[in-house]
Design a protein around this ligand. Sequence first.
Ligand code: NAD
Length: 291
Amino acid sequence: VTGPVAFIGLGNMGRPMSRRLVEAGIDLVGFDPAESARAALVSVGGRVADTAAAAVAGAEYVILMLPTSAIVEAVLGDEAVLAELAPGTVIVDMSSSEPESTQRLSAALAERKLLLVDAPVSGGVAGANAGTLALIAGGPDEAIDRVTALLAPLGRLQHVGATGAGHAVKAINNLMSAIHLLGSSEGVAIGQRFGVDPKVLIDTINISSGRSASTELKFPKFILPGTYDSGFAMNLMVKDIRIAMGLASAVGAQTPLSEKAVELWATALGDLGPGADQTDIARWAGVTHDT
Ligand code: NAD
């Protein structure tokens, strides 16, 4: 990477990811409408711009870490932004976006000789801080080759298929993760009512076949201690699992369990409100705290 890199979206994930790129020696220019997010990047040695268009001006690469496809489309559909993108610029959408939106955007950007790679991530805020994210990439081989070195400080890249396939696999991952988290929560709620200490239950599951990232990471770190602060909003999880259901219906897959899980997660989000963390699903499902 020789030229500057623009980083748009400096939130829970974008903040530690942009910091790691700055620490790797990359000349990084960030943009986020939130002043506190821009200040955080400046404090670790990055540069910031006042608009997305100013951030991407002269950039060799543009990384997006935004909440939804609607926002990705707004940024990449903004004429002021497009005017600053030189032919040959590589845009990497690391947000958990909708595969069909990604495919449409890729075709529209290709007309301007702009390359779009989808590289959403898994591993949470902790993985972003440690540079141990799974980078789930979609796009042609030559596009993936162009982003591999740039993304190395963030984690391990797995090339899963053509444009949009990264976003598809990410949505499927979160569907599975959401089912594990709700299922584990119901299991703990049953055990607690039978009189088993939830910590003992989780330790036992973690040497048994019911284990998952929910029991190995989310319960010990955020649920059993009662902090419920994983840094991944419940509304983003619901967005992701709805993307997965859209895919299921597009391909004609039968998914009765997933449909029920999405219905339960959406009800929880309605009950708990937009400030809820994904891990709040556990107390919604009946996990309790004595102390
Ligand atoms: P977040 O809400 O913390 O951060 C998003 C940032 O985007 C905010 O700082 C917001 O101000 C900024 N933003 C909104 N509109 C913008 C615009 N038009 N231009 C520039 N910036 C804008 O969200 P997050 O948790 O960092 O998640 C980002 C993406 O990564 C989402 O798609 C999410 O599903 C995905 N993701 C999150 C996690 C996690 O653990 N938090 C893990 C994996 C993937």
